[in-house]
Design a protein around this ligand. Structure first.
Ligand code: SF4
Length: 348
């Protein structure tokens, strides 16, 4: 590939290229702000404030990349689904969205390289940034520290026989360059790439990649690269109960019928001990055509909720907190709108 004299801007959100003046991302952010979908979460310093009050259960793990499971009680499936959708689409994160490529001699094309950069999770406090809107002219020559994180990458392989024939370029080569006004973030070491070992490209002898990548604040609603989780799901809890006491041979039969050891015999009687292990196979409901009085059903008010965080947030529970705060803000907006409506009473 030939060296380029002219730097080119690439959109890191999709494989198809767009110019730097494309309004795609900015328009989306503005629309979300106008709709109240993306309220500011600045000032919410108190971790655990919302999720623990509502969920009442401490997280299983508190690492940056972790699976977090918790139980919710007195909630319905629509509420759990609402939380799932808000987490996937409306919890803001920072992600690379514009790439200024000065030189790229590698085999990975500019568009694909930009796309790969966009999918590298960026660990940064999204609440410290603002969404780009149409009113904020994106000036990447002198970017605003309120909107943009800048990363530089410059990897050159010498054209010498002693150089390796193939050099891998990993995400660790992306260096965050704090802008004037981002000194506090630098001091707190608050910005980095979540993974240092993502393979971005391969270079041969005498080849070079030099680029600047700009991360902006966005939502999973616009592109999955801004989603804070790789997976997010819920499951209604299973309730197993015995409608009559089972003792002796009947207790033994129900214990042996269950392949996941939900039942145990205590004090000579069968008891439900591990209902969470139930797979709803219904083997215990009728054993050898005998109704043992076992009731297996879904509890429609208890939910087990699980997320797998991508690492943009310092703790996975922060994702839950932000999602609930966002939903609460939307409820307040709706309440205000309804209060402002002049709705006639049909019975009047
Ligand atoms: S439905 Fe199956 S897994 Fe659940 S308690 Fe009965 S036998 Fe065990």
């Amino acid at each position: 590939m030939s060296h380029r004299n002219k730097a080119t801007f690439r959109d890191a959100g999709a494989v198809d290229t767009q110019t730097a003046s494309s309004p795609h991302t900015m328009a989306t952010g503005e629309q979300l702000v106008q709709r109240g979908v993306a309220p500011s979460v600045a000032g919410l310093k108190k971790r655990h404030a919302v999720p623990h009050d509502i969920c009442g259960v401490a997280p299983v793990e508190a690492d940056r990349i972790a699976t977090l499971s918790f139980d919710m009680e007195n909630v319905t499936a629509p509420f759990a689904n609402m939380l799932r959708r808000v987490i996937l689409t409306e919890v803001p994160t920072m992600a690379i969205d514009r790439v200024l490529i000065h030189e790229n001699d590698g085999v990975v094309l500019d568009e694909l390289l930009s796309h790969r950069l966009g999918l590298c999770p960026v660990a940064a406090p999204a609440e410290a940034f603002e969404f780009l809107t149409m009113a904020d002219t994106p000036d990447f020559a002198s970017p605003s520290p309120r909107h943009v994180l800048r990363f530089d990458l410059d990897v050159a392989v010498p054209n010498e026989p002693s150089a390796p024939p193939v050099t891998n370029v990993f995400s660790s080569s992306l260096q965050w360059v704090p802008l004037p006004g981002q000194e506090a973030l630098a001091e707190a070491k608050a910005v980095s790439l979540v993974h240092q070992d993502i393979l971005l490209a391969k270079l041969g002898r005498g080849q070079r990649i030099k680029l600047q990548a700009y991360a902006i604040k966005g939502l999973g609603l616009a592109h999955a690269k801004w989603a804070p989780v790789s997976a997010c799901w819920y499951d209604m809890k299973t309730e197993v109960s015995l409608t009559k006491p089972l003792t002796g041979a009947a207790a033994q039969r129900v214990v042996e019928a269950c392949p996941t050891n939900v039942f145990a015999i205590e004090d000579g009687a069968a008891r439900v001990r591990k209902a969470e292990k139930c797979t709803l196979c219904r083997e215990c409901v009728k054993v050898e055509n005998e109704d043992l009085g076992v009731v297996v059903q879904k509890d429609k008010t208890r939910v087990k909720f699980t997320i797998e965080s991508m690492g943009q947030y310092a703790h996975p529970e922060d994702i839950i907190r932000t999602a609930l705060t966002t939903f609460a803000a939307r409820c307040r907006n709706l309440k205000q709108l309804v209060g402002e409506c002049d709705i006639a009473d049909p019975k009047a």
